[in-house]
Design a protein around this ligand. Structure first.
Ligand SMILES: Cc1cc2nc3c(=O)[nH]c(=O)nc-3n(C[C@H](O)[C@H](O)[C@H](O)COP(=O)(O)OP(=O)(O)OC[C@H]3O[C@@H](n4cnc5c(N)ncnc54)[C@H](O)[C@@H]3O)c2cc1C
Length: 361
């Protein structure tokens, strides 16, 4: 049995600790705040789970494996974490991210429909389609209750023998385990400034009050707008989030109050795309952060100076859905039965794979 310490109880760390414990390892999980803290990337109310990732099928396959594992976790624990509402991509051109994704999904055997704008109208109580050329609809995708799901992963990990410690781990006083996985989200560059290049960028999310007709409508991504969100779920309201570049922030120090300029942008987008919500009140908001790699591929690699340390992060605004499946990959690499992918390596990244719900940083 190998002793493993995982630092960070966000979705990456919690999934990894649980997976390694299920494989029989002796696992500790260290978290500086609480699992699912709203200061962590995994502490949001909801996260979209979609299969489309342009032409990068590695993440399409990972998302499908993760979907299976999320549904198993939900079934095993009897706690709802998944909303089976589907996800719709509003395509403004015929040859963009959505068309690329359609080809990838069809090749991978993932259910999808390429809807005309008129046919897509029926997905929502009101949808403006004048500027759309099509809608890519993923009927089997959905939305995860993220904070709840993260906490559930930890609780299930504890049932499999994981020990949870509440403290901040440091490199100077590192955990003495055989293997240490540093899954520290936006805090990774603070711990390893010489090895990790991540841009920690604020993101504001808004929830609009709706009537019951918006309950259970699909999640959506408007890649070229760029906005994403979902209909009314779990009493939260309909989520509308601008995916525009945000200021660099310190995740420990940030006041989590939304910016008026982004509130205006969310109101304007909502009025334009979903006209019947033009006068809907904002009933909630969240401010969180992305930890962006240069090309939006994740980061997973051995520490250059210590083979027994692994650095895991760079979720780049699209990591949540993959958690449990990513953990299988991480556990395989830690156990030495698989090599980490070169596109997850440390060091400078070139290009932009465009894997999150917008093309720009
Ligand atoms: C607004 C927003 C919307 C998003 N939408 C989606 C979406 O729709 N779909 C999707 O799949 N993904 C989405 N994402 C991305 C996804 O949420 C993240 O990629 C993912 O949650 C990152 O998880 P993580 O475990 O790497 O990091 P985190 O969740 O940030 O967890 C890191 C944890 O490590 C702890 N920690 C750090 N340093 C230490 C230390 N020294 N000692 C102890 N503990 C430490 C922190 O306290 C934290 O709890 C979104 C992100 C944001 C912010």
């Amino acid at each position: 049995m190998t002793s493993v310490t995982v630092v960070g109880a966000g979705v990456f760390g919690a999934s990894t600790a649980r997976e390694l414990a299920r494989r029989g390892h002796d696992v500790s999980l260290i978290e500086q705040y609480t699992p699912g803290s709203v200061r962590s990337g995994s502490g949001g109310d909801t996260r979209l789970s979609r299969a489309a990732h342009g032409d990068v099928d590695w993440y399409t396959h990972l998302s499908q494996r993760a979907r299976t594992l999320w549904l198993e976790l939900q079934e095993e624990t009897g706690t709802q974490i998944w909303e089976p509402v589907g996800v719709a991509w509003f395509a403004q051109t015929d040859n963009g991210f959505e068309a690329q994704s359609r080809r990838t999904l069809e090749a991978a055997g993932v259910a999808c429909e390429w809807l005309s704008p008129d046919d897509a109208r029926g997905l929502y109580p009101s949808l403006a389609v004048d500027d759309l050329s099509a809608v890519l609809y993923e009927p089997d995708s959905g939305v995860l209750y993220a904070r709840r799901a993260t906490q559930l992963l930890v609780e299930d990990g504890l049932r499999h023998g994981v020990r949870l410690e509440t403290r901040a781990a440091s490199v100077a006083d590192a955990p003495p385990a055989d293997i240490v996985v540093w899954a520290c989200g936006a805090w990774l560059p603070k711990l390893f400034p010489e090895h990790v290049e991540l841009r920690i960028s604020r993101r504001d999310v808004f929830f609009f009050g709706t009537d019951g007709s918006w309950s259970g409508t699909p999640g959506f991504c408007d890649y070229d707008a760029p906005f994403y969100g979902h209909g009314e779920l779990g009493g939260l309201g309909a989520k509308v989030a601008p995916d525009v570049p945000g200021a660099e922030i310190d995740p420990d120090r940030l006041d989590r109050l939304p910016l008026p300029s982004l509130e205006q942008a969310a109101r304007a987008y909502t009025a334009k795309r979903f006209p019947s919500l033009a006068d809907a009140p904002i009933v909630g908001s969240r401010v969180c952060q992305y930890e962006l790699t240069g090309d939006t591929h994740f980061l997973f690699a051995q520490h250059p100076g210590r083979d027994s340390w692994w650095l895991l992060g760079g979720g780049s605004g699209h990591g949540f859905k993959h958690g449990p499946a990513l953990a299988e990959y991480v556990a395989d690499c830690v156990e030495g039965t698989r090599e980490p992918e070169p596109f997850h390596a440390l060091g400078p990244r070139t290009g932009n794979a465009g894997l999150r719900t917008a093309a720009v940083g």
